[in-house]
Design a protein around this ligand. Structure first.
Ligand SMILES: *Cc1c(COP(=O)(O)O)cnc(C)c1O
Length: 395
């Protein structure tokens, strides 16, 4: 008897993930199917990645066309798709320059390297410390986990990279106290994602921006999870009336294709001159063509507005549930980045929903996080609310 996919996966791969015991084989829009043909409505969206939904024809077509023309030649040469992608990102953001890579962690690596190099050249090597936040998440490479303010993610990997200092999120006073001549930048997520969907207080990000400007420190925003329309604006910081000096993107930039980007202002250009940073695959013609199609669709097809409208609707429905069930302590979020916080662990709730045909994900043990495709409609949201209603009634 050949073992099934789950047993084989558990035999042949490192067990670095706590996977749900289903094997997914197909997806379409907001739905996916497992190997037994069971259908699920997907409120995980590949972890805030598949903003245009699964098997998006827009992405498939772009990939198909480009794969017949040119897939990869390296960054020793100019190529058209990455150039167009850079241009459209610059035209629609605060930024003047883009560096392409393959993931969120790599985008943050690029941001960390750029901030250090810029500050070293401008102020000298002592100025290299980056302040980041408790409970933050910036990735799993050595540098980005050193920047991540969660003990469970750093455990066992010492010695970590030097030069990070942590302060509590939403606390300007502590941030001010952490500043001295060695600090070159502040790096944070505008809304903490893995930290449990934690929103900034109304004037917090403005305050951070002012402090950075006052001390000539760079503001790095990690929009890997919240960028690309997720919150109902193209970039989350646009809700808060500020612009960063550096911003990182990844997750939804390629709707599932591996691509990350680090965007920055003109004054940082010279710090990343020829030979300073590089990657073999970053912005390869195939992946850049797919991402270009994604960005165009997000900007032109109304999906960001849909994220705003459906997000408001969804949040209201979750708030209705909160009125009904005392185990729900908080409903929070922006656009289609929503969290439901309980006073108990929620893994069994997510499992019960999965059995009923809904994929949702837990963060920080007590928070259910909802980050569905931005193309989701009321009908799907109502179906999930109905399911949650039943599950909360049972527990
Ligand atoms: C997912 C995530 C990352 C890491 O991205 P990878 O592509 O997994 O390396 C970094 N920052 C934030 C805010 C994220 O949500």
């Amino acid at each position: 008897m050949p073992l099934n996919t789950i047993d084989r996966a558990d035999t042949f791969m490192f067990q670095t993930y706590r996977r749900s015991p289903i094997t997914l084989v197909r997806g379409d829009s907001c739905r996916v199917w497992d190997e037994n043909g069971k259908e699920y409505i997907d409120f995980v969206g590949g972890i805030a990645v598949c903003n245009l939904g699964h098997s998006s024809p827009i992405v498939s077509e772009a990939l198909c066309e480009q794969s017949k023309k040119l897939v990869h030649v390296s960054n020793l040469f100019y190529t058209q798709p990455q150039t167009e992608l850079a241009e459209i990102l610059v035209e629609n953001s605060f930024a003047d320059r883009v560096f392409f890579c393959n993931s969120g962690a790599e985008a943050n690596e690029a941001a960390i390297k750029l901030a250090r190099r810029y500050s070293t050249e401008k102020f000298g090597p002592e100025r290299h410390v980056i302040i980041t936040m408790d409970n933050s998440f910036h990735g799993r490479t050595m540098a980005t986990l050193s920047a991540t303010g969660q003990q469970k993610i750093r455990k066992g990997f010492d010695p970590l990279l030097q030069g990070f200092r942590f302060v509590p999120f939403n606390d300007l006073e502590n941030l001010r106290c952490a500043i001295d001549g060695s600090v070159c930048a502040v790096m944070l997520e505008p809304i903490q994602g893995e930290g449990g969907v934690v929103l900034p207080d109304p004037d917090y990000l403005k305050g951070v921006r002012e402090i950075c400007t006052e001390h000539a420190m760079l503001l790095i925003l990690d929009e890997v999870q919240v960028g690309m329309g997720r919150t109902g604006r193209f970039f989350a910081h646009q809700h808060f009336g500020i612009t960063p000096d550096i911003m990182t993107l990844a997750k939804a930039l390629g709707n599932g294709l591996p691509i990350g980007a680090m965007l920055a202002k003109q004054e940082l250009t010279d710090a990343f001159g020829p030979g300073s940073h590089a990657t073999t695959f970053g912005g390869t013609p195939l992946i850049a063509a797919g991402a270009l199609a994604v960005v165009k669709s997000l900007l032109n097809d109304g999906w960001i507005e849909n994220a705003r409208e459906m997000g408001d609707y969804f949040k209201d429905r979750l708030t209705d549930l909160q009125q009904k069930y005392s185990v729900i302590k908080d409903v929070r979020g922006l656009g289609l980045m929503l969290g439901l916080m309980s006073d108990r662990e929620v893994a069994d709730i997510a499992n019960a929903c999965m059995e009923r045909g809904f994929l949702i994900n837990c963060v920080q043990e007590r928070v259910l996080r909802f980050v569905p495709p931005l193309i989701i409609g009321k009908e799907e949201i109502d179906l999930l609310i109905n399911c949650l209603d039943k599950v909360f009634k049972e527990i």
